[in-house]
Design a protein around this ligand. Structure first.
Ligand SMILES: NC(=O)c1ccc[n+]([C@@H]2O[C@H](COP(=O)([O-])OP(=O)(O)OC[C@H]3O[C@@H](n4cnc5c(N)ncnc54)[C@H](OP(=O)(O)O)[C@@H]3O)[C@@H](O)[C@H]2O)c1
Length: 326
């Protein structure tokens, strides 16, 4: 089969499209013919071997897993003898993080990492959903406990998580502000953000505006700046960003809560848990993935370059062969 392989950490130049052996599912796994795969921050980190601490589990000098890609959509090709949930021909999607292997024509997956794909959802749309969709739902609904009509700010609004989060926040009748760079503001407005802020020109934590809920995929400011931008009883939820800033929010959050009743929370991704919920929203026409691409398997290095530069909008999706072909 064809796969995008890397054998050393580095820039997208280390990725190579190669012919490799087709994997065989273990007893509790299924083999999926991949039709689409999307790109995540974890792929970017694993490609470069950063942060360095991750190399303790992923390979100190060289990557243990040679094929990146976690968010996939495809068709079940074969099932292991103990796999009971799916049968060949089922159309599935899910987040395989930990196992990876998605930038390839075939990948093996544990059944619990997959869900049935709605027939009305394309493989490309399905591949865009797992990680970013889960982070948006779990950030706003579970950690943020979003309420009807709240003022919500999404920092890093134009990427994968933000473009799902605005659609979910709008279901709660929220008034949503999106923060991103100049070139993405037009897209944000067209997606339904009520207000947009260009972070290259304005610091939302210094504007005097307050928000009931802040969802942050960039966490690049001090916890005190975020607290200042929260309304009384407001909640700040970090999805990701700079490690020291996240640590600061976790360590100082309880003290800030005692003093001001403002809450500082961290999302710990529960992979795939809300795929059925996202499928329901999709089928009801309430959520639609924003896709950047489509790229082909041989264009994966270029897609990684765009991702690394932050110039993508929504989710970068790569198609792998044709879902209607042999
Ligand atoms: N908590 C968990 O368990 C968990 C699990 C997996 C992933 N994650 C995290 O989840 C996040 C994934 O987010 P994503 O997929 O939405 O990322 P993304 O697609 O890269 O989007 C990030 C957006 O932020 C914008 N941005 C860059 N610098 C900014 C700044 N200073 N202020 C405001 N916006 C800025 C980028 O645009 P420009 O570059 O054009 O500015 C981009 O549009 C990552 O932080 C990742 O580490 C967390």
């Amino acid at each position: 089969m064809k796969a995008v392989v890397y054998t050393r950490y580095g820039s997208p130049d280390v990725l190579q499209l190669k012919e490799v052996e087709k994997p065989t599912p273990k007893d509790d796994e299924v083999l999926v013919r991949v039709y689409a795969v999307s790109m995540n921050d974890w792929d970017w980190g694993l490609l470069q071997g950063t942060p360095f601490v991750n190399r303790l589990s992923c390979g100190l000098l060289r990557p243990k897993k040679r094929i990146l890609g976690s968010d996939i959509a495809g068709r079940i090709e074969a099932v292991g003898k103990n796999a009971k949930q799916f049968k060949p021909g089922d159309e599935v999607f899910g987040d395989l993080s930990g196992n990876w292997g998605g930038f390839a024509e075939y990948v093996c997956a544990r059944e619990k990492a997959l869900a049935l794909k709605p027939a009305s959802m394309t493989f490309e749309q399905a591949a865009a959903i797992p990680q970013a969709g889960m982070l948006a739902v779990q950030g706003l609904r579970d950690k943020g406990q979003i309420q009807q009509g709240q003022r919500v700010l999404i920092n890093g609004a134009g990427g994968g998580v933000g473009t799902f989060a605005v659609q979910i926040a709008r279901l709660y009748g929220a008034n949503v502000t999106g923060v991103d760079s100049t070139g993405k503001l037009g897209m944000l407005r067209s997606m339904g953000f009520d207000h947009v802020i260009d972070y290259t020109k304005e610091d939302f934590t210094k504007s005097g505006q307050c928000y009931d809920l802040i969802l942050d995929v960039k966490t690049n400011r001090s916890v005190f700046d975020y607290a200042r931008a929260l309304s009384p009883n407001g909640t700040y939820v970090t999805v990701g960003g700079y490690g020291h800033r996240i640590l600061e929010a976790v360590l100082l959050g309880p003290w800030i809560k005692i003093i001001s009743k403002k809450k500082m929370r961290l999302v710990l991704l529960k992979p795939n848990r809300d795929l059925a919920y996202m499928s329901e929203l999709f089928e009801a026409g309430k959520v639609k993935p924003v896709i950047d691409g489509l790229y082909k398997l041989d264009e994966v290095p270029e897609a990684f370059r765009l991702f690394g530069a932050g110039s993508h909008k929504g989710k970068i999706v790569v198609t792998v062969g044709s879902s209607s072909g042999p």
